[in-house]
Write a protein that binds this ligand. Structure first.
Ligand SMILES: Nc1ncnc2c1ncn2[C@@H]1O[C@H](COP(=O)(O)OP(=O)(O)OP(=O)(O)O)[C@@H](O)[C@H]1O
Length: 262
C-alpha cells in the first residue's frame, strides 16, 4: 500500500481542544493516520482519549483545532462518510426497513428506490422477513444490524463505526463480529472502528492503532498478519495472542505516560 491514489482517509496532524482557558480540554494531540482503500483499521485506547472526537472530525461533524482530514483527497467530509454512532438511534415509529433508508432519504433518493436498495442488504444481513417490524420488537443484535445497514446504505467513501457492539452481551457480540466480518468481506469499504475490545480489534482489522490516554496520541500501529476470510480458531493461535499481549502492554505503557503527566 504505497501509491497515493488508494488513500481513503488521511488524518494530518490533527489536534482538538474543547473550550478555552483554564477549563480547556485537549482531547487529541497531533494525530497522523492514513487509511487505504479496502482496509479495516481499529482504534483502541483508554476511555476519554479522544477516539469518538477523532471519528467526529473524520465525519466532518467537528472541525480540528489544528491539522486537517482528507477523505478521498477532499476536505469535504460531511455526507461523504458513513457514520454509525455508539447508540443505534433507530426511530421507534419507523419500521426496520424505513429506519435503514433514512440516510438515503436525506440524500434525496426516492423512497421506492431506497427501499429496494436496502432490501438487498436485509438479505445479506440475515434480516429477510423483518423489514416491516418496529425496532422495539427486534433483538439488540438485530437493531445493530439495521443501524449498520443504514450506515452502509449511505454509500460513503469510507465507514466509521463507534463501538457498534458495546451494548451487546458477550455471545451476541461474537455473533455480530462474525457477521460484520462476512459482510465487510463482501463490501470492503475502508473502515475505522472504535472499540475497547482488544480481540475484536485484532480479529476484524488489518491494522490496530493504539492511543495514549488523553490527549490522545498514537502510541503504536500494529499490522495484523492474518488473511481473509478469518476464522474463530485464529483467536487461539500464538500469533494472535502475541499481538494481543503487545496491545495490552502498550495500553499499560499508555497508563504510565498518563501517570507521569499527572
Ligand atoms: N463537545 C465537547 N465539549 C467538551 N469536551 C468534550 C466534548 N466532546 C468530548 N469532550 C472531551 O474530550 C475528551 C475525549 O472524549 P471522547 O468522547 O472523544 O473520548 P473517547 O476516547 O471516545 O472515550 P470513550 O472510550 O469513553 O467513548 C473527553 O475528556 C471528553 O470529556
Amino acid at each position: 500500500m504505497s501509491t497515493e491514489d488508494n488513500i481513503a482517509i488521511e488524518i494530518i496532524g490533527v489536534s482538538k481542544v474543547f473550550g478555552e482557558g483554564a477549563t480547556a480540554t485537549k482531547a487529541l494531540d497531533s494525530v497522523y493516520l492514513t487509511v487505504y482503500d479496502r482496509e479495516f483499521v481499529s482504534l483502541i485506547g483508554p476511555s476519554g482519549c479522544g477516539k469518538t472526537t477523532l471519528l467526529n472530525i473524520v465525519a466532518g461533524v467537528e472541525e480540528p483545532t489544528q491539522g486537517r482530514v482528507l477523505v478521498g483527497s477532499s476536505s469535504h467530509r460531511l455526507g461523504h462518510v458513513s457514520y454509525m454512532p455508539q447508540k443505534d438511534l433507530l426511530l421507534p415509529w419507523r419500521t426496520a426497513l424505513d429506519n435503514s433508508i433514512l440516510g438515503l432519504e436525506l440524500k434525496g433518493v426516492d423512497k421506492k428506490t431506497a427501499r429496494r436498495r436496502a432490501q438487498e442488504l436485509f438479505r445479506l444481513a440475515g434480516l429477510e422477513g423483518f423489514e416491516d417490524v418496529l425496532p422495539s420488537k427486534l433483538s439488540g443484535g438485530m437493531r445493530q444490524r439495521v443501524a449498520f445497514i443504514r450506515t452502509i446504505c449511505c454509500e460513503g467513501r469510507a465507514m466509521l463505526l463507534d463501538e457498534p457492539f458495546a451494548s451487546l452481551d458477550a455471545l451476541t457480540r461474537v455473533d455480530m463480529q462474525n457477521w460484520l466480518m462476512r459482510v465487510w468481506d463482501e463490501i470492503k469499504i475502508p473502515t475505522l472502528l472504535v472499540t475497547h475490545d482488544i480481540e475484536e480489534a485484532i480479529w476484524l482489522s488489518d491494522r490496530v492503532v493504539v492511543f495514549t490516554p488523553r490527549p490522545g496520541r498514537i502510541l503504536e500501529v500494529l499490522d495484523v498478519p492474518f488473511g481473509r476470510p478469518r476464522t474463530l480458531e485464529m483467536k487461539l493461535t500464538e500469533e494472535f495472542l502475541a499481538i494481543k499481549r503487545e496491545i495490552m502492554e502498550s495500553l499499560g505503557e499508555g497508563s504510565k505516560v498518563k501517570a507521569q503527566v499527572n
